[in-house]
Design a protein around this ligand. Structure first.
Ligand code: SAM
Length: 259
């Protein structure tokens, strides 16, 4: 089958890494999984053999067809679709009662940041998400305030999930090997924080980190004034990377409502 490098097709071939991902995920019989980018089925097969129900979203028609042929299973449905556009909420109602959908994927790296933002928007619909990412993106996703990698992705994730790095994976685990190291991360959506104004939160975080070297008062010029920043309990002289998710959420509630 022809490989399409532009689609981030690096297939997992190392059996011990596949086993480690499956052990970390611990799929249960009857649980519903969305699998993003199943490729040749390195993870699909083990999920099915543990009794899971798999809704696989694959963009490459040849791989989607190959998957149907390799795993002619009533517990597998293959959706030929772009994971960025896919309507995950359409699958939410089919889970067993009290058990939300789970998500797994060795994500295509050209798209991983955009996909993560998309998945984080729908996070409440998932019980958990276990994803393989390039290590640098995984570090940004899990970074705490004040650290070098802390940014828009970290804050967006922290507002909706607990993000846990699980283990690193060397390039040799894939065929062909990617140029970078990878890392498996588990995201567990929770409702610790209430996001009362999602649009304002998104705007404030995006603008704060678009000029991360400036003070927060300067970075947010035109969006929030010093009084609003102070009212949210933030020192206007600090920088975006020093501000935690709770403070960003408070600030989003102090912004003027759009006219
Ligand atoms: N899960 C397989 C494995 O671990 O061997 C394949 C992983 S490979 C890194 C990424 C997969 O995502 C490929 O099968 C690729 O065709 C698919 N893919 C790329 N872009 C996609 C998109 N926008 N939507 C859905 N699948 C996509």
């Amino acid at each position: 089958m022809k490989r399409r490098p532009r689609l981030g097709q690096h297939f997992l071939t190392d059996a011990s890494v596949i086993q480690q991902i499956v052990t970390t995920t611990a799929p249960g019989a009857g649980e519903h999984f969305v699998e993003i980018g199943p490729g040749r089925g390195a993870l699909t097969g083990p999920l099915l053999s543990r009794g899971a129900i798999v809704h696989a979203v694959e963009i490459d028609p040849a791989l989607a067809q190959g998957l149907r042929e390799s795993f002619p299973h009533e517990r597998l449905s293959v959706h030929l679709a772009d994971a960025l556009e896919f309507d995950y909420s359409a699958l939410e109602d089919i889970g067993v009662p009290d058990a939300r959908l789970r998500l797994i994927g060795n994500l295509p790296y050209y798209l991983s940041t955009a996909l993560l933002f998309r998945l984080l928007e729908s996070a409440a619909g998932f019980r958990d998400m276990t994803v393989m990412l390039q290590r640098e993106v995984a570090e940004r996703l899990c970074a705490p305030p004040g650290s070098r990698r802390y940014g828009r992705l970290s804050v967006t994730a922290a507002a909706r999930c607990r993000a846990e790095p699980c283990f690193s994976v060397a390039p040799g685990a894939f065929e062909p090997p990617p140029k970078v190291h990878s890392m498996v991360v588990r995201l567990t959506p929770d409702s610790r924080y209430r996001i009362r104004r999602a649009d304002a939160f998104e705007r404030v975080v995006r603008q704060a980190f678009s000029q991360r070297r400036k003070t927060i008062a300067n970075a947010l010029r035109g969006l929030a004034d010093r009084d609003q920043i102070t009212a949210a309990g933030i020192d206007p002289a600090i920088r975006a990377e020093q501000i935690d998710v709770q403070a960003y959420l408070r600030l989003s509630e102090h912004l003027d409502q759009p006219a």
